[in-house]
Design a protein. Structure first.
Length: 309
């Protein structure tokens, strides 16, 4: 009788647990322990002065957007310097105010430049391929001094935050304009001050709207889905959330909450999961990237912090 009762109780607990998980999806809380860090301040090989973004390619190479030195620096996954390219200017392969970086499936590198109002495309070793964009508010144009984050989906569509025009523009990887979405405003479906974005495996777009302290989720065609977040220090709240937002290998949405000196993890429906990094990151963290291994790479100050999956 006791055995039967125990079996029934165990079955009930399993059913309840599965039912709850089905209702909100599987909950995965990564460990995110600090593994190592690298980097130093300066203008020499492997040094940097003003980090404006980073991305990790399919071979776990790290590309660092060093705006202070007007260049891209490439490192191995353990921080060994590999190569660099770029200089100050408005010509081919030059930058004035580089502001975001991303790679596609072929490990081509895209860099947005807010002062040159363009996007340049390079091979993984820095060979210039093409560029597009001019100042303005028309299709394929960018607001001068006011566009930031970019990301690439699994179909190699490129999404670019044109912050000054309060919109997201979508291109193919040769620069052909496809569509746009977003309208100016502080409502959940609108874009007040978009600053960073990422795309999940299903092609959904997540945008950091930093002044209103919200994450806004759109379908791949620009249809608004949900929004979450508010100003504060509690779980799921933000103070000056940065352009640092990315999906980890578990499908969690990870947001750099700069004003609270932490990273917050959410499920794709906005459910708060966990927070981490506060004891090790300190101030200055604005960006985050994940490699194929699941490791997290976060620049802060003049170093890159590497965390376990």
């Amino acid at each position: 009788m006791k055995k039967a009762l125990f079996t029934l109780l165990l079955f009930s607990l399993l059913v309840c647990g599965c039912s709850n998980n089905l209702a909100v999806g599987p909950l995965v809380i990564p460990s995110h322990s600090l593994l190592s860090k690298f980097g130093s301040y300066g203008s020499g090989n492997g040094q940097f002065t003003y980090i404006k973004g980073l991305v990790v390619d399919s071979s776990e190479n790290i590309y660092l957007l060093d705006a202070g030195n007007y260049r891209i620096s490439k490192f191995s996954s353990n921080g060994a310097f590999l190569t660099q390219w770029g200089s100050q200017g408005a010509g081919v392969g030059q930058f004035q105010r580089p502001n975001a970086i991303w790679t596609d499936a072929a490990n081509n590198v895209y860099v947005s430049d807010t002062s040159n109002s363009n996007i340049q495309k390079f091979t993984s070793n820095g060979t210039y391929l093409t560029q597009w964009g001019t100042p303005g508010s028309g299709d394929g144009q960018f607001s001068f001094g006011g566009f930031s984050g970019l990301t690439v989906d699994s179909l190699n569509n490129l999404f670019v935050i044109d912050a000054g025009n309060r919109r997201i523009q979508k291109f193919n990887t040769t620069g052909s304009y496809l569509t746009q979405f977003g309208n100016s405003g502080a409502g959940d479906a609108l874009l007040d001050n978009p600053d960073g974005l990422c795309v999940d495996a299903g092609g959904n777009i997540y945008v950091v709207d930093w002044i209103v302290c919200k994450i806004k989720k759109y379908a791949n065609d620009g249809t608004f889905l949900i929004a979450w977040g508010s100003s504060g220090t509690g779980d799921g709240q933000f103070i000056s959330p940065s352009c640092g937002i990315e999906c980890d290998k578990h499908g969690n949405i990870c947001v750099v909450d700069s004003g609270n000196y932490r990273i917050e993890d959410f499920k794709p429906d906005g459910t708060y999961i966990d927070q981490w990094g506060k004891d090790t990151l300190g101030s200055g963290a604005d960006y985050i990237a994940f490699g194929p291994s699941g490791k997290a790479y976060i620049p802060t100050g003049d170093q890159i912090f590497i965390y376990s999956p």
